[in-house]
Design a binder for this molecule. Structure first.
Ligand code: NAD
Length: 426
């Protein structure tokens, strides 16, 4: 295990995304008039672990996969954040995502800090036993730095409840105790929480329920367009259509599908599960991901990867509300353009915080061994999301800033407060 300096080298993948996350933090620090000590500490990741995971492939060859775990801040509680499997995962990307997690946990006021992990791999090209061996080896490599009180992973892009179950099992076997709290997003049969599967989307949906009335709208009168049809994207579509709203378009990495009368979300899901994409789905017209972002709608929900809405295409976005289910889907330049166009943006660290909120519920249930009913999870999630939305909205009015700037101000000030109150050892 190599613990690297937290300034990533070019080779290890300094990303535009990390620079953007840092710039966003420093802009917030300016707004809050934070002192130099806070900027030094909170503007960097506390620790970044880089590992190589050798895995025996099904053909007998051993391949070594690069993996990362970035731990940004644990001032308010254990590091917390997902693990993604993606061919383009970089150290800079996980560092940026770890920093966003810190602010997000503070915005919804759950007692966690921020972390994020990634493995450079293409799970679509791998067999399940290979993914299992990779997951277990990665977990073993991270043993010194993860745990129920230290750092608690969760699902993200291309990882799911099964992957979390393997992480849990590997950790439990290695340390010799059940340790349900080491990971969240586990299957309900293995100490997971009911309601975790769709928590990110349900939280995002709750924030939309708050924003829509500002435009005289309700879901049944609002058309939704979603980029990405994985965990976050699919459940957002499902909840929208259950509320009587039309889902005009969805997409996967290979392209999307559009129906002006509304898609049959469950039929699209069946097709996606069977084929891994929406190509040749008969329930609508094929469109590109670029075209999808320009469709006229009331709510646009980017639910795929970072940087989808950028300077080049922001001006073509035709929606009233952008609800960021994905992390970092809008660049800073695009954000300014959306603001000029009067589009109401519900920022990622608020819009997709339902996932980490129910992860918190799962962690609490795991360490107390007392499991809640689904209705309790939904009710408490709504309470958290409504309170967070109201807090951010009031902050934006009070300071005369956007919802993103307000969410950042709330999140960063809570973490800075914890840092100052704890002081520094030694
Ligand atoms: P997922 O792997 O379940 O789904 C990702 C989807 O995005 C897939 O449909 C994939 O085909 C699509 N996609 C990938 N690249 C694309 C591209 N270039 N253009 C269009 N579509 C593309 O992942 P997920 O868990 O749904 O995560 C999606 C986003 O939501 C990520 O930004 C993630 O960080 C964020 N998020 C997820 C959770 C969670 O609980 N899963 C919580 C908070 C935030």
């Amino acid at each position: 295990m190599a613990v690297t300096d937290n300034t990533p080298s070019r080779r290890s993948g300094t990303s535009v995304f990390w620079n953007r996350a840092r710039a966003q933090f420093h802009a917030t620090a300016d707004l809050l008039d934070l002192d130099e000590s806070c900027r030094e500490v909170l503007g960097n990741c506390r620790r970044v672990v880089s590992v190589h995971c050798p895995v025996r492939m099904e053909n007998g060859i051993i391949r070594s996969f690069r993996g990362y775990r970035a731990q940004h801040s644990n001032h308010r509680g254990p590091f917390k954040g997902g693990i993604r499997y993606h061919p383009e995962a970089t150290q800079g990307e996980v560092m940026a995502l770890a920093m966003l997690m810190t602010w997000k946990c503070a915005v919804v006021n759950v007692p966690f800090g921020g972390g994020k992990g990634g493995i450079v791999c293409d799970p679509q090209q791998m067999k399940p036993p290979e993914i299992e061996r990779l997951t277990r080896r990665y977990t073993k490599e991270l043993l010194p730095v993860i745990g129920p009180e230290t750092d608690i992973p969760a699902p993200d892009v291309n990882t799911n409840a099964q992957v979390m179950a393997w992480i849990h099992d590997t950790y439990a076997v290695e340390v010799g105790s059940t340790s349900l709290g080491v990971v969240t997003g586990k299957p309900a049969s293995l100490g997971g929480s009911v309601g975790r599967q769709d928590a990110t989307s349900r939280g995002c949906f709750f924030t939309c329920l708050k924003a829509l009335p500002m435009f005289g709208l309700t879901p049944d009168k609002a058309r939704l367009v979603v980029q990405g049809f994985g965990n976050a994207g699919y459940h957002m579509c499902r909840l929208w259509s259950e509320a009587g709203g039309k889902v005009l378009a969805v997409s996967s990495s290979r392209g999307g599908v559009y129906n002006k009368d509304g898609l049959d979300v469950e039929a699209a899901k069946r097709h996606y599960t069977e084929h891994g994409d929406l190509l040749a789905f008969k329930g609508g017209d094929q469109i590109t991901n670029a075209e999808l972002l320009t469709l006229e709608c009331e709510v646009l929900c980017p639910a795929a990867l970072e940087g989808a809405i950028k300077e080049e295409n922001a001006d073509t976005v035709r929606t009233r509300i952008v609800a960021e289910a994905a992390n970092g889907p809008t660049t800073a330049e695009a954000d300014a353009i959306l603001q000029d166009k009067g589009i109401f943006v519900i920022p990622d660290i608020l819009a997709n915080a339902g996932g980490v909120s129910v992860s918190y519920f799962e962690w609490v249930q795991g360490i107390t061994n007392f499991f809640w009913k689904q209705a309790d999870v939904h009710e408490r999630l709504k309470e958290i999301m409504d309170e967070a939305f109201d807090g951010v909205y009031e902050e934006s009015k009070r300071r005369g800033v956007s919802m993103r700037e307000a969410a950042m101000a709330l999140g960063v000030s809570r973490v800075a407060d914890a840092f100052k109150t704890r002081g520094l050892w030694p």
